[in-house]
Design a protein. Structure first.
Length: 470
C-alpha cells in the first residue's frame, strides 16, 4: 500500500508523521511526504500510484487542508485521512464532503491496520481510532488502548524528511514521553485525557536508554548540533533525569533545550541539566494577573513561584525562555503590560508570546463561546485575535503589543515608546520586526546552530512572512 503524507510546513519536523511512517514501513508499506501545494501534490498523484493521502491537522490549518483535499479528491480516486490534534478533539470534521477517515489519538497502530486491510481488500469500517465514512454512512469506532510501552515504538522515520533540508542546521526534535496530568483550560490535553479516562496510565515515559539510542541513530544521518526536547513534563521525575543526564553527558554531549513547569524547578535539577549539556530552559509564565492565571487559564502556580523558578534557572547560567499569552479573555491591555513587566523582572532572555487562541475541544473554548466573546473576524490567525474587545482601539493595541512583547522584554527602555506606537496601524511592519527579532534570538541565543542554522533560518522566516503576511 502506498501512502502520501501532505504537509504545509515542509521545513518542520513532524514527529507524529515520522512515527507513523516508521510503523507503516515496518509493515511493508511505502510512504512518501510532499509539500502541500496543489500543483506539487497533483503532479505527485498523477505520476505515482497512491491509495491513501493523509494530513496531520492542527486547528490553525484545518481550512487549508480541507480546501486542498477538496481539489485533489475531484481529480483522484484516493482515500483521505485526517489525523492529528484537531481531528482528535473535533472529529466532526468527518462530515466535510471529501473527508473519508478521521484518525483520533495515536495513529501508529490504526494507520497500519488501515493499510493492511486496504491491501487485502477487506472492510475498513471497524478499525479502532478511526471514524470512517462509506456511502454516506459514518462508522464512529471506539479508541484503542494507549500504547503503554513507548520503548516498543520504532524510532521516528527522519529519512522521510531527509531531502527537505530541515536537518541542514543540525537541530533535531525528540520527545521522551506522552501525556500530561495538568488541567490547563487552554490546552487540548485535558480533553484528550477525558477520552482515555479509563486507561491505567495516561502519562507514559520512554526509558533514558531508549532515548539515547534514538539520538545515536540520528547522529548516523544528521550532523547533530542541537536537540530540542518537546516534552511538556521533561523534568517530572528526578530519578529519570539523573539516569538520563548520566547517559546523555557520556554518550551525546550536544547542547539541548527543554520545557519545565515553575513548580517543578529546583536548584538540584537545574544543575544536573546544565552539567549534562542543557543550554536553554523554556518555562510557562503566561500572565502576571493572578485571576487570569489561576481561574481563567487554570494554572495554579503563583507569581512568587514563577519568579523564584526563573531566579534558579538564571543562577545556574541557563538561557531562559518565558512562555506568555496576551489577549486572554477577561484580561486587558493593562494586564498584558503587567505580564511584560513580569518577564523583565524574571530576567528572561526571550519572552515568547502568543496571541490567545481558543482551540475547539478545550475548556476555554467553551467558556469564550458561552460568554459570547468570539468575534466575527476570520477565526484562527497568528497575528490577529479571534476575540471581541471593548473597542477596536484596544484590540489593535493588544495585537501590536504581541508583536513588540519579546523585543521590549529584552530592552525594557523601549516600554514607554511601545506603549505609544501600539496604537498605530502599522501591522505588517510590526510583524516584520517581530519575525526579525525572533529569528535573531533563536539562532544566536535559544538554540544556536552556527552558520548552517542562520542560513536555513533566514529562508524559514522569509517563507513565514510570505505565507502569512505578504
Amino acid at each position: 500500500m502506498n501512502i502520501l503524507f501532505v504537509v504545509k510546513e515542509i521545513g518542520l519536523e513532524h514527529l507524529g508523521i515520522m512515527y507513523i511512517s516508521s510503523a507503516l514501513k515496518k509493515a511493508g508499506h511505502h510512504v512518501e511526504v510532499v509539500i502541500a501545494r496543489y500543483e506539487v501534490v497533483r503532479k505527485k498523484l498523477a505520476t505515482d500510484q497512491f491509495e491513501i493521502i493523509a494530513y496531520s491537522v492542527p486547528t490553525l490549518l484545518q481550512d487549508f487542508y480541507i480546501l486542498l483535499n477538496d481539489r485533489l479528491k475531484k481529480e483522484f480516486k484516493i482515500l483521505s485521512v485526517f489525523g492529528g490534534p484537531h481531528p482528535t478533539v473535533a472529529p466532526e470534521i468527518i462530515y466535510k464532503e471529501n473527508v473519508d477517515c478521521v484518525c483520533r489519538g495515536e495513529g501508529e497502530l490504526a494507520m497500519v491496520e488501515l493499510a493492511e486491510k486496504m491491501s487485502r481488500n477487506e472492510p475498513i469500517s471497524g478499525i479502532e481510532n478511526l471514524w470512517v465514512k462509506e456511502n454516506g454512512h459514518i462508522s464512529k469506532n471506539p479508541l484503542r488502548p494507549l500504547i503503554q510501552d513507548l520503548d516498543s515504538l520504532i524510532f521516528p522515520d527522519r529519512r522521510l524528511f531527509l531531502d527537505t533540508g530541515i536537518f541542514v542546521q543540525g537541530k533535531i526534535h525528540v520527545i521522551t514521553s506522552r501525556g500530561c496530568p495538568y488541567e490547563c483550560s487552554y490546552c487540548s490535553q485535558p480533553a484528550y485525557n477525558r477520552l482515555y479516562k479509563n486507561q491505567s496510565r495516561i502519562i507514559r515515559k520512554r526509558s533514558p536508554a531508549n532515548v539515547i539510542e534514538e539520538i545515536k541513530e540520528i547522529k548516523k544521518v544528521v550532523r547533530l548540533s542541537f536537540i530540542k526536547f518537546e516534552d511538556d513534563l521533561f523534568i517530572s521525575c528526578a530519578k529519570w533525569i539523573d539516569e538520563f543526564c548520566d547517559l546523555y553527558e557520556h554518550d551525546i554531549g550536544v547542547p539541548f533545550f527543554c520545557y519545565v513547569r515553575a513548580e517543578l524547578v529546583n536548584s538540584k535539577i537545574m544543575k544536573r541539566l546544565k552539567s549534562a549539556g542543557c543550554r536553554t530552559i523554556s518555562m510557562g509564565i503566561e500572565t502576571a494577573d493572578a485571576h487570569l492565571r489561576t481561574v481563567i487559564l487554570r494554572r495554579s502556580v503563583s507569581k512568587e513561584a514563577i519568579i523564584a523558578a526563573a531566579r534558579t534557572v538564571k543562577e545556574e547560567g541557563l538561557v531562559l525562555e518565558g512562555l506568555n499569552m496576551v489577549g486572554i479573555p477577561k484580561g486587558s491591555l493593562e494586564s498584558d503590560i503587567q505580564t511584560l513587566e513580569l518577564n523583565i523582572r524574571c530576567n528572561v532572555d526571550y519572552g515568547n508570546t502568543k496571541l490567545f487562541m481558543p482551540y475547539p475541544g478545550t475548556d476555554i473554548y467553551d467558556f469564550v463561546r458561552d460568554q459570547n466573546l468570539l468575534s466575527d473576524t476570520p477565526f484562527f490567525s497568528f497575528w490577529t485575535s479571534s476575540l471581541k474587545f471593548k473597542t477596536a482601539r484596544e484590540k489593535r493595541a493588544i495585537e501590536n503589543l504581541h508583536k513588540f512583547f519579546s523585543l521590549t522584554v529584552r530592552f525594557p527602555f523601549l516600554l514607554p515608546v511601545v506603549k505609544k506606537i501600539i496604537y498605530f496601524p502599522f501591522g505588517r511592519v510590526y510583524i516584520l520586526i517581530n519575525l526579525i527579532w525572533e529569528g535573531c534570538v533563536a539562532f544566536f541565543k535559544l538554540y544556536p546552530t552556527g552558520v548552517r542554522g542562520i542560513r536555513v533560518g533566514i529562508i524559514k522566516y522569509i517563507n513565514i512572512f510570505r505565507n502569512n503576511v505578504a
